[in-house]
Design a protein around this ligand. Structure first.
Ligand SMILES: [Cu+2]
Length: 122
């Protein structure tokens, strides 16, 4: 592998690992180790129970759920009971939340409240 390719690869890795900007990235942000991913699908703003995939989902206590915005516009993930509220999540960015208590947690997108999902933690 040439130095030039190495330098390019390093730049890409740094953008995904070091980036804290909310501006859209051309590559999906990496999921945290051991997390369970939920994808915000393309065209999610016009969807209801299929905006988040998979949905519903069941995870174990202690699991980090990582929402990846695979759509072309900004979304959020917010628990109906206020347990978690993401900031605005730009395309290709993630919001991560670790569930430490069991329960059933309906959530939605604060920008498009028609987008709904449910996470059961057991
Ligand atoms: Cu949305």
């Amino acid at each position: 592998m040439s130095f030039r390719v190495c330098a390019i690869l390093f730049s890409v890795m740094c953008v995904s690992a070091c980036g804290s900007s909310t501006s859209p990235s051309s590559t999906p942000e990496a999921a945290p180790a051991g997390s369970t991913s939920i994808t915000i699908v393309s065209g999610a703003s016009g969807l209801t129970g299929t905006a988040y995939n998979p949905n519903p989902i069941t995870v174990s206590v202690g699991t980090t759920v990582s929402w990846l915005n695979s759509d072309s516009i900004t979304h959020t993930s917010a628990a109906n009971n206020g347990l978690f509220t993401s900031p605005n999540v730009a395309p290709n960015s993630r919001f991560n939340f670790t569930f430490t208590t069991a329960g059933t947690f309906p959530y939605h997108c604060t920008i498009h409240p028609n987008m709904v999902g449910t996470i059961t933690v057991q």
